[in-house]
Unconditional design. Sequence first.
Lengths: 117, 116
Amino acid sequence: NAGVTQTPKFQVLKTGQSMTLQCAQDMNHNSMYWYRQDPGMGLRLIYYSASEGTTDKGEVPNGYNVSRLNKREFSLRLESAAPSQTSVYFCASSDGEVWEPSGNTIYFGEGSWLTVV
Amino acid sequence: AQKVTQAQTEISVVEKEDVTLDCVYETRDTTYYLFWYKQPPSGELVFLIRRNSFDEQNEISGRYSWNFQKSTSSFNFTITASQVVDSAVYFCALSLIKAAGNKLTFGGGTRVLVKP
């Protein structure tokens, strides 16, 4: 099983450029998430999608947009990249069936290293 | 709002020593999950354990053990007889139990360095 796959793994952008991080999961999960990881701050939630067709802001949504394209895919877009968006980005997914043994467990992709210069 | 605190930013041990990672959480909800994730140098996040707030039974999995104490809002993680492969950053996290869209609140992480 591939699990959660995100692309690209590494990207360097110039300030003001735009780009989209792609994420797909093959676990038939309802919920998907985008987190960013900065040194000493753990991971912080940018946006999430509780189910297909819905998206909501997380803790640090400014400067980002998301699209839940279908149940499998959840993309993160930076419209005008800024140096403050230099970070490692993680996509994740979870199933919403709380009564299942793995219910609510969140599984992560391998991360995307983004540098904005 | 939820909060997770990992007071230890870095721990260095010699191989075969035991190491305990502290995690203290805050939430007003009575139903929640607690997690531990491992982030090795390669960068991915590896799920280690999920514990729900109803179950305070401690758990052991090989060299790993977890001590959940609701009275002190702590969910500590011990690696017994550490190995070099245990070198990683370990994150404690909390989420509320919901039908969908449960959001993880992470601690800042503890970096464990196991020296040969």
